[in-house]
Design a protein around this ligand. Structure first.
Ligand code: ZN
Length: 184
């Protein structure tokens, strides 16, 4: 829209003139020192004029198209977030359990190579103070766990093995799922 068109549009003219008359009345009231009523009246008139202008405004088709497109976009975005929320499986909240000797915690993530939920950040907690322990494994000494807080140590043969814990977690989920299935 160029400048000339803009100043000539009925929108600009009527808002402009309404504003102008409002200012004029306010100025008049101020000079005569009996404001309020006339000012309030002219504000009401100004709002009425404004509404009238909006109602009579000739709509461009491309405005409607843009409005509809924006609306669809917003709906699509909301829908996407909703899907991501509902996509989380039942077992997503299953993140801790006590197996064999210790308490274990873990999180779930989707393995991007095949889109499968897998256990990640599997940690054994110290039986004395509940701090996540440091896991070490070496060919010479085998598997060991140390507590960084209370110096609890567990050597090969006294440790829960992470790969077995993982298996148990997955099996627990399978068992729960089978419980839910109606018997044939
Ligand atoms: Zn400890």
């Amino acid at each position: 829209m160029n400048k000339e068109k803009w100043t000539k549009s009925p929108w600009t003219i009527s808002i402009g003139s309404a504003l102008f008359s409002l200012l004029l009345t306010m100025g008049y009231d101020y000079s005569k020192e009996k404001p309020i009523l006339t000012t309030v009246w002219s504000i009401i008139k100004w709002i009425r004029n404004l509404l009238w202008t909006i109602i009579n405004f000739d709509l461009k088709v491309w405005w409607i198209i843009i409005a509809v497109a924006l609306f669809i976009l917003v709906i699509a975005i909301i829908d996407k977030f909703k899907k991501e929320e509902t996509f989380k499986p039942d077992f997503y909240s299953y993140r801790e359990g006590t197996f064999k000797r210790w308490k274990w915690t873990w999180t779930w993530k989707i393995r991007s190579s095949d889109n499968v939920w897998v256990i990640s950040n599997l940690e054994a907690h110290c039986p004395n103070c509940d701090t996540p322990m440091i896991e070490r494994s070496s060919i010479m000494y085998g598997l060991s766990f140390d507590c960084p807080r209370c110096e609890f140590q567990s050597k090969e043969g006294q440790c829960d093995e992470p790969h077995k814990i993982e298996r148990i977690i997955l099996d627990n989920i399978d068992r729960k799922r089978n419980e839910k299935k109606p018997s044939p």
